[in-house]
Design a protein around this ligand. Structure first.
Ligand code: MIG
Length: 799
């Protein structure tokens, strides 16, 4: 039986009083009278790990989520005691453990509560499976709100929700479907402008209750394994998220083409169809970087094979597409067809790579190819073998990206839609059943795919997309939100889900634009694409059963509007790439929900329509049919309406015009936005000059601009360019300074600086500390632009 409430269980057991504790360099071990042990480890000044065991013995410590190279170490640790508590103080917080029952409380250095145990750790023994159901409950503070938890299709603020994590193939899921494709057992709490995070690193089915069962209690529990969680202190959400992504890892930079527009369909075949779609994009001047091959490219759905009737010469096709600026991405599923004439099957069988049931037979299940066996990706030898299978597809044929699907894992026509729970897994030497391995199966598949693609595509960068994932999986792959539906509600969901994934350490995410199931109206398609160009991953995908979803299918008006937006995405690529760089370096989410952007402003706590793209652009999709505008919240500060440069003051809700060709977009005052010219695909053109859009501010603002060769690894040898622009605006003067680091030299030599919102007439100009004329800088009054050297260090415009 699967528990799903902690109170209704009569069998709960609790720790008793403390007998003793020991303190070594970075951890403190507590032992209670009834044999419970708590091991508390300080990892960072703002991060502490809690592990509990009920019988005095800890199992081997192993985690797929934690990045081996995660930064750790702290500046200060003090352990003291008083009559009731053991008190641990770091440079950032205080942790108190009660002598009576080892309940834990976390406090700021000033003594303000951050989060305190309610019942604290408790458990229920499971005779059926062995081990325990492990549980934790914490008191929630008044006005506390909760965020995170991966791809959940529910309100952005999780207060009042109860959710569980068990990776599930949910075709045409809906709002509030409880279990979806990914398991990210990480959330953030926020109250009194204090934020903290909890990462419950347990791969069994986990459950989270945010004041649902009891108004002032938050709890989380798992159907097995250890109570093993990390507490991360803010006080800013950005501190929490950065520390969480330090712990679970960050991806490498993707090739820039992966940030372009992608077109997908289940399925484009045969070759002539793929070519037809590709040429249509070029013919209509609609930018596109990648085209996808769904399962029908294979021979009888056998992974790593080709249907030679549809695709007689894949290498030639891939090459021709590439010459036309298209990268080919191909799907690979985990199920391997039972077929002794199929080399992949034979090899895996001979080497004992397939998952087995408890009593020895292979795990057999039906998926697209018919009856299949499934590789055990939790076995390092299997992962190594699987990564080698990409030799031909990537190394020889030249496919540039791999799409992993069905890896929850999904099985058709069986109860539970997945493996039976008795299936055995290697789990990197910690042998276990599917109860423990289920939630990381997809992640380990994507990991092994990543390694294969990286190896055979080297020195180019790999691109992987997966449906299922677990915390830490962002190190290997991007993701999408699975089989959504072409409805307005799903447009709303896509917006929330992508923001939530960004807040859960998985920024490289997108939805099937237009909806996978059913068919969108031209209006819905347009509104969805207007949102989709701001998602880190931007792909149209749909199921062929429901008709066409190429941008030209909906008529001239939709084509014109959607093209304009995809062009905008291509112009903003250097800005998006910079946001990606910040994500890779600092764990900064690429989309920032308003609560993350300004947590002090309580107006933002229940907001989810609006978000910040990168760190300077505010976006708010239109999510209803037949409207000419919408109300939206403008965060505090001053913002320029992107469409007319009108400056408005935020901290309030406003009605914003948004006829079909407009999605509300605002630029933060003081921003410098780099823009490339429109291209049909990344690196189509040699860049001769690029735009820098400057938005005047009275005061100071800095903006970053990261660039490199758009692919390859030279950036790791310092061949990148990181520009920091400092803008200082006064009533009658603008000072713009640039600081540059890195050895990359962009192909262009000048910026076209476009000025927005300058409140004075420019009378004098000082360039690199010398007075020049406006003509010297080719000032264009109509555009309000001038041309400056890309490596300029200082410009003064004086009124
Ligand atoms: O059972 O490969 O979510 O994107 O097109 C359906 C066919 C299997 C589900 C994926 C979808 C993909 C489809 N797949």
């Amino acid at each position: 039986m699967i528990t799903n409430t902690e109170l209704e269980h009569k069998g709960n057991l609790y720790p008793t009083g403390l007998i003793s504790y020991e303190h070594d360099q970075d951890s403190i071990n507590f032992i209670t009278k009834n044999g419970v042990r708590l091991q508390l480890t300080i990892l960072r000044d703002n991060m502490i790990r809690f592990r509990y065991t009920t019988n005095g013995i800890f199992e081997d410590d192993f985690s797929y989520a934690v990045d081996e190279d995660h930064p750790h170490g702290f500046n200060q640790l003090k352990v003291e005691e008083d009559q009731t508590h053991i008190i641990i103080t770091t440079e950032k917080f205080i942790c108190k453990v009660a002598r009576d029952d080892i309940r834990v409380g976390m406090y700021t250095l000033e003594g303000k509560p951050i989060v305190e145990d309610e019942l604290g750790f408790h458990w229920e023994e499971s005779f059926e499976f062995g081990g325990n159901f492990v549980k934790m409950s914490k008191a929630s503070r008044d006005q506390e709100n909760f965020f995170g938890l991966g791809d959940k299709p529910t309100n952005f603020n999780l207060k009042g929700k109860r959710l569980s994590l068990w990776n599930t193939d949910q075709y045409a899921y809906g709002k509030d479907t409880v279990e979806l494709y990914k398991a990210v057992p990480f959330y953030m709490g926020l109250h009194n402008n204090l934020s903290y995070g909890i990462f419950f690193d347990n791969t069994f089915k986990t459950h989270f209750d945010f004041c649902h069962e009891r108004r002032n209690v938050t709890s989380f529990w798992a159907d097995g394994g250890e109570m093993n969680y990390y507490f991360i202190y803010g006080p800013q959400m950005s501190d929490v998220l950065t520390t969480y992504t330090d712990l679970t890892g960050k991806p490498e930079l993707p090739p820039m083409w992966a940030l372009g527009f992608h077109q997908c369909k289940w399925s484009y075949y045969p070759e002539s169809k793929v070519k037809e779609i590709a040429s249509k994009f070029r013919e209509l001047n609609f930018p596109c970087d990648a085209i996808y091959l769904d399962i029908d490219y294979m021979d009888g759905f056998r992974c790593f094979t080709w249907n030679k009737e549809y695709f007689p010469d894949p290498k030639r096709m891939v090459k021709e597409l590439e010459e036309d600026g298209f990268k080919t991405v191909a799907i690979i599923d985990p199920g391997i067809k039972i077929d002794l004439n199929y080399s992949v099957f034979k090899e895996a069988l001979e080497n004992d790579y397939f998952c087995r049931r408890a009593d020895g037979p292979y795990m057999r299940g039906k998926v697209w190819p018919g009856e299949c066996y499934f590789p055990d990706f939790t076995n390092p030898e299997v992962r190594e073998w699987w990564s080698g299978l990409y030799r031909e597809l990537i190394g020889d044929i030249g496919v540039k990206g791999i799409w992993n699907d069905m890896n929850e894992p999904a099985v058709m026509e069986v109860p539970g839609k997945t493996f039976p729970l008795d299936v055995r897994h290697e789990y990197d030497g910690n042998r276990c059943s599917h109860r423990k391995a289920h939630n990381i199966y997809g992640m380990q598949m994507a990991r092994s795919t990543y390694e294969g693609v990286k190896k055979f595509n080297f020195p180019k960068r790999p691109f992987i997309i997966t449906r299922a994932n677990y915390s830490g999986g962002q190190r290997y792959t991007s993701t999408w939100t699975g089989d959504n539906i072409a409805t307005w509600e799903h447009l709303w969901l896509a917006n929330v889900q992508i923001q939530r994934l960004c807040m859960s350490g998985m920024s490289f995410a997108g939805s099937d634009i237009g909806g996978f199931a059913e068919q969108p109206s031209g209006e819905l398609y347009t509104r969805w694409l207007q949102l989709g160009i701001f998602h880190p991953f931007c792909r149209v995908h749909s199921s062929g059963d429901h008709g066409e979803q190429e941008p030209w299918f909906f008529g001239e008006e939709v084509l014109e509007i959607t093209r304009k937006y995809v062009e905008l995405r291509y112009q903003l690529l250097p800005y998006l790439y910079t946001a990606f760089y910040k994500y890779v370096q600092e764990g900064m989410p690429i989309l920032k929900p308003l609560v993350y952007f300004d947590q002090e402003d309580v107006q933002t706590h229940y907001r989810s329509d609006e978000f910040i793209f990168g760190n300077k652009i505010l976006v708010c999709p239109v999510q209803e049919p037949n409207v000419q505008g919408r109300r939206m919240y403008i965060p505090r500060g001053k913002w320029y309406n992107f469409w007319n440069d009108k400056l408005i003051t935020g901290g309030r809700e406003m009605y914003i015009d948004a006829p079909l060709d407009i999605i509300p977009i605002f630029i933060k005052e003081g921003a410098l936005i780099p823009k490339y010219p429109v291209q049909q695909y990344v690196d189509e053109k040699k860049l001769e000059q690029i735009n820098l859009d400057l938005y005047y501010k009275l005061g100071k603002e800095t903006s970053d601009f990261y660039e490199d060769a758009h692919d390859g690894y030279e950036y790791r040898q310092n061949v990148y360019s990181l520009r920091t622009f400092k803008l200082t605006g006064k009533e009658d003067e603008v000072i713009l300074q640039q600081h540059k680091s890195g050895k990359y030299s962009a192909p262009y030599s000048t910026f076209k600086l476009k000025l927005h919102g300058i409140p004075f007439e420019i009378k004098r100009v000082f360039y690199e500390n010398e007075e020049v004329t406006l003509e010297d800088l080719q000032y264009n009054a109509e555009e309000n632009s001038m041309i400056i050297d890309k490596d300029f260090s200082e410009l003064h415009l004086v009124g």
